[in-house]
Design a protein around this ligand. Structure first.
Ligand SMILES: *Cc1c(COP(=O)(O)O)cnc(C)c1O
Length: 394
């Protein structure tokens, strides 16, 4: 299928023809751990690399392969690897590419478990990790110097939703000889395609928007064929074994069919809700890239068609007020994760980012009055009413 077709069309069709599967409109789930050979000669030729077929389910599976083809297409990469979780994807990349004594630069605010990986785990393997504010050009220039192997960030960054200029940071990284890896979980390829802006690899927690229905844990890495091959054959096959199950791959394929529709709805509702929250007397500040008050509103407007479904807000009454707000929602659910049909609320300091510890929370500027909302797909009026009455009680 030619790539010039639109995003929604490609999210539904790429990589699958019904006649491959007895005419089934929906792709089958291949629940097989191993794949048979027609002869001993075929088997040995396959292992020698002279012949291609599916061999064993840790490395390849046809349902997984279809998902990978679709992900590569949507992100504008040539190749993809689907994994058992977002952390599995990040782990496959890290353990495939880095060696002891390598140097890594990461943005100072990250998803809590990614933070722990870079702050505590990698240093114990003698990888030198520098935390910098990559939304600040001067700090970025100073941090990414020759001898850096990897630059890693999320944009918008978790949990405070500042933006990082992917094209600018990737250019600096390339000049220093470093690979740029962008966690595109928050935006999805519907809103932002980092590979087209110069990044080398995209990672995802497909648990979030790509699946979109809160029923799967899964991840992905997308990039050029050569590097994805390394990530699969080293990171996945030998080191992590973080293989996606065929059922999870199928559920993500199903979720992808409505990704564009869902991102539009999440984004439109979140913009409306962020404007409403900004006017509430108990709210000190709302962080949403689509608000004029966002420090990088110009970058947001020029780089994103719409601004996604995540809103963070700082309550005037700090942690006490945050807890009261959470205890007074009725429709919204208190839960980590994001990108589901249900609106979710969480308190980063005591939940997703509790692994930072008090000192790092202060150092990296994550405050105890911060609440993060993942705006769901319910009627926007119902979400608004729920959040406003919870705020009144805060
Ligand atoms: C959830 C999340 C991850 C980790 O993904 P899992 O699927 O939970 O392993 C990584 N990055 C971001 C931005 C996330 O939100």
């Amino acid at each position: 299928m030619p790539n010039k077709r639109g995003f929604h069309t490609r999210a539904i069709h790429v990589g699958y023809e019904p006649d491959e599967a007895l005419g089934a409109l929906t792709p089958p789930i291949h629940m097989s751990s191993t794949f048979t050979f027609g002869s001993a000669e075929d088997a040995s030729a396959t292992f020698a690399g002279d012949r291609k077929q599916y061999v064993y389910g840790r490395v390849h599976n046809p349902t997984q392969a279809l998902l990978e083809a679709r992900l590569a297409d949507l992100e504008g990469g040539t190749s993809a690897l689907a994994t058992a979780s977002g952390m599995g994807a990040i782990g496959c990349v890290i353990w495939s590419i880095l060696k002891p004594n390598d140097r890594v630069v990461v943005h100072r605010r990250l998803y809590g478990n990614t933070f722990t990986l870079f702050r505590h785990e990698l240093p114990s393997w003698n990888v030198d990790v520098t935390f910098a504010d990559l939304s600040d050009p001067a700090q970025t220039e100073a941090a990414i110097r020759p001898g850096t192997q990897l630059v890693f960030f999320e944009t918008p960054a978790n949990p405070s939703l500042e933006l990082i200029d992917i094209a600018a940071v990737s250019a600096i990284a390339r000049q220093a000889g470093a690979l740029t890896v962008v966690d595109n979980t928050f935006c999805t390829p519907y809103l932002q395609r980092p590979l087209e802006l110069g990044a080398d690899l995209v990672v995802h927690s497909m648990t979030k928007y790509l699946c979109g229905h809160g029923d799967v844990v899964a991840g992905a890495v997308i990039g050029a064929e050569e590097i994805i091959k390394t990530v699969r054959m080293n990171g996945l096959r030998f080191i992590t074994g973080a293989t996606i199950s065929p059922i999870a791959a199928f559920l993500v394929l199903r979720g992808l069919k409505t990704l564009g529709l869902r991102m539009e709805r999440h984004s439109h509702s979140a913009l409306r809700i962020s404007r409403l929250l900004e006017r509430h007397p108990k709210v000190a500040r709302v962080f949403y890239p689509g608000l004029q008050s966002h420090p990088q509103f110009q970058l947001a407007k020029s780089s994103l068609p719409m601004f996604g479904g995540l809103i963070s807000l700082e309550l005037k009454g700090g942690a006490v007020s945050a807890r009261r707000m959470m205890n007074n929602v009725r429709l919204t659910r208190i839960a980590v994760s994001l990108g589901d049909a249900e609106t979710l609320i969480q308190h980063p300091v005591s939940m997703t980012h509790s692994a930072y510890g008090a000192e790092d929370l202060a150092r990296f500027g994550i405050s105890s009055g911060l609440v993060r909302i993942s705006v769901g797909l319910e009627d926007v009026e119902d979400i608004e009413q729920d959040l406003l009455s919870a705020l009144d009680a805060a």
